[in-house]
Design a protein around this ligand. Structure first.
Ligand code: DQA
Length: 153
């Protein structure tokens, strides 16, 4: 029975701006893994957890907002790295609050060890939790935490 419930879970993974350039973008900060590597890691982890993932990347705030709206009736959880929009976007924050679907915020870098402007996240207050600083592993840990939350709640 528990297994059947798990298979029904469909998680939306959203990657925000500039994350399409991972691998070549500031590798000293973000590591050498490409977005494709991270997506494969997520697909493997989803298979291990027996959930489904849909993955999208956009450099455009409105596209990310639309993707969050389209979760209604389709997805039960959101794993999001909003990139720089983390620190600027009231619209993405409001979209997550509006759909009221559990979200986990992830970052490759530890945003609290970086420039002061990265220390504030508009997403954090509407997320169930945040994982920051473990490189690609942040995504795997985030997916595990989200699925564990969804099973229990
Ligand atoms: C990031 C951190 C943000 O401050 C930055 O703008 C990014 C990536 C991260 O994953 O570490 O684009 O979200």
């Amino acid at each position: 029975m528990a297994l059947e419930i798990l298979k029904l879970l469909n998680i939306l993974v959203l990657h925000g701006p500039n994350l399409n350039l991972l691998g070549q973008r500031e590798p000293g900060v973000y590591g050498s893994a490409t977005l494709n590597d991270i997506n494969k890691l997520l697909e493997r982890e989803a298979q291990a957890l027996q959930v489904q993932v849909s993955i999208q990347q956009s450099n455009h705030e409105g596209v990310l907002v639309d993707a969050i709206h389209s979760m209604l009736g389709q997805h039960q959880g959101l794993l999001i790295n909003a990139g720089a929009y983390t620190h600027t976007s009231v619209a993405i924050r409001d979209a997550i609050a509006a759909v009221n679907i559990p979200a986990v915020e992830v970052h490759l870098s530890n945003i609290y060890r970086r420039e002061a402007f990265r220390h504030h996240s508009f997403i954090a207050a509407v997320a169930i939790g945040q994982i920051s600083g473990f490189g690609s592993e942040s995504y795997r840990l985030g997916l595990q935490a989200l699925v564990s939350y969804l099973i229990k709640n």
